[in-house]
Design a protein around this ligand. Structure first.
Ligand code: AP5
Ligand code: MG
Length: 190
């Protein structure tokens, strides 16, 4: 299996570049943010719990997220590989993912770390907010999301650096130019 973590702050292009990865490598995609938004739009109990956290730009509790990944992986036994988008976001999630993948005798092959300056992230998300309908695309929540990323999610990068699987990608430029760098990094491990 080819397992890719697409990593980076809010608005860095994880979802955008995941679409290119899916097309090029025929992989399954899990975006925990998309799954949570689906739970909200279908008014589930999990959705109600998640909304309170997401609207504030805070993380949804680890046990909820790890449970979602566990049931997703259970359906992925015959997949070519998986793109993890927006997950793991805490070191506890990264450790749990490693344990889960062990049961499938596989691991994360590469973590693509998209680098984008904060001002550009804010501009992108404010712009997206005009059409996205996402309740977290407003300046106040965007600022908290960036803080949450710096405090809780950035340490995940050190976890993958220690394992020698993290690759820095310049996340500014055209979508195609960024994907060309991503493709080089993925081809090097596949
Ligand atoms: P999530 O949905 O994962 O949001 P996020 O990480 O804040 O990131 P975004 O989806 O906003 O951005 P992206 O990196 O995908 O960028 P995109 O491609 O859209 O999470 C939302 C919330 O859910 C979290 O805050 C948390 O509460 C909860 N949650 C989710 N996962 C969780 C987990 N594992 N644990 C706990 N809680 C969790 O691009 C952004 C914009 O920029 C787009 O408009 C795009 O068109 C544009 N763009 C993309 N590339 C470029 C480019 N090269 N140049 C110019 N514009 C570009
Ligand atoms: Mg996204």
């Amino acid at each position: 299996m080819l397992n890719i973590v697409i990593f980076g702050p809010p608005g860095s292009g994880k979802g955008t570049q995941s679409e290119n990865l899916i097309k090029t490598y025929n992989l399954e995609h899990i975006s925990t943010g998309d799954l949570l938004r689906k739970e909200i739009s279908t008014n589930t109990q999990l959705g109600a719990l998640a909304k309170g956290h997401m609207d504030k730009g805070e993380l949804v509790p680890d046990d909820v997220i790890i449970g979602m990944i566990d049931s997703f992986l259970d359906k992925m036994k015959n997949a070519n590989g998986v793109i993890f988008d927006g997950f793991p976001r805490t070191v506890a999630q990264a450790e749990a993912l490693q344990e889960l993948l062990k049961t499938y005798k596989t691991d994360v092959n590469v973590t693509l770390n998209l680098n984008v300056p904060d001002e550009e992230l804010i501009t992108r998300l404010i712009e997206r907010g005009k059409t996205s309908g996402r309740s977290d695309d407003n300046l106040e929540t965007i600022k908290t999301r960036l803080q949450t990323y710096n405090n809780q999610t950035k340490p995940v990068l050190d976890f993958y650096k220690k394992q020698g699987v993290a690759v820095d990608i310049k996340g500014v430029g055209t979508i195609d130019a960024i994907f060309a760098d991503i493709k080089k990094a993925v081809d090097a491990v596949k």
